[in-house]
Design a protein around this ligand. Structure first.
Ligand code: SF4
Length: 249
């Protein structure tokens, strides 16, 4: 089976344990107002302007070729306690392809970063194969979620429940967007969702980065965040008091 990816980055250290290779799968059903990878939105390869030159962003690759390419660093992964991380875009958009690649990577640690926005069956099939899930939680209020990402969060909350019930290891990642989701109310609601999750390794709060808009002109888009980029996000630690490990990045 073929899939479409737009980047493979080696020696990544922030996408799971050890030294990792991160694979970016193309296509995402969300349009988060703070997304820093707009070249991951469209499902098909597209033109991208890099340093004044037009390049194609995204290419088709077979599951067999991708897994062969990723397996080359098997020894490095073993020595560093690392592995492969799949992200995007939204990698679950290509769940059958992703599952085939994961099946071919036996013995290599596999992490998947997801928005959780996927059909239940697709989510379960990938969860079954993942050693760790990096699950993004943006907003608990569905109307606000729709306002800032373009979609309601019902499938996300359902898949989060499935993940928690599985007991499998996961990291909850929360992008901290000033004036959008950095309220005590949203953080308390998020902590309540995570309370008692046996597989939860830690909560990561990812501070908004002001270089977020850099790639938009490269794919013919304009970055217009509906929040004040210059405002520092507020960090509410409602997590450690509930026994959860917290990392602010
Ligand atoms: S889910 Fe991730 S890739 Fe998709 S729009 Fe949001 S931040 Fe961007």
């Amino acid at each position: 089976m073929d899939g479409i990816i737009f980047s493979i980055e080696e020696f990544a250290i922030n996408d799971g344990p050890g030294i990792r290779t991160t694979v970016f799968l193309k296509g995402c059903p969300l349009r988060c107002a703070w997304c820093h990878n707009p070249e991951g939105w469209r499902s098909e390869p597209e033109k991208m302007l890099k340093k004044g030159r037009e390049e194609l962003c995204g290419y088709r690759i077979s599951a067999v070729d991708l897994s062969k390419r990723l397996s080359r660093d098997r020894d490095l992964f073993r020595e560093s306690g690392g592995g492969v991380t799949f992200t995007g875009g939204e990698p679950l958009q290509q769940a059958p392809f992703l599952c085939e690649v994961m099946d071919d990577l036996e013995g290599i640690h596999k992490a998947v970063e997801t928005s959780g926005y996927a059909p239940e069956e697709a989510f379960r099939s990938v969860l079954e194969r993942a050693d760790c899930t990096l699950f993004d939680i943006k907003l608990v209020d569905s109307a606000l979620h729709r306002q800032y990402t373009g979609v309601g969060n019902e499938p996300i909350l359902r898949n989060l429940k499935t993940l928690i019930a599985s007991g499998k290891p996961f990291v909850a990642r929360i992008p901290l967007i000033p004036g959008v989701n950095d309220t005590r109310e949203n953080m308390e609601a998020t902590a309540s969702l995570l309370q008692g999750a046996e597989g939860l390794q830690r909560v990561e709060l990812l501070r908004y980065n002001r270089v977020t808009g850099a790639k938009y002109p490269m794919v013919g888009l304009t970055y217009r965040p509906p929040f004040d980029e210059n405002q520092a996000p507020v960090v509410h630690d409602v997590f450690t008091g509930r026994g959860m490990k917290l990392l602010v990045l």
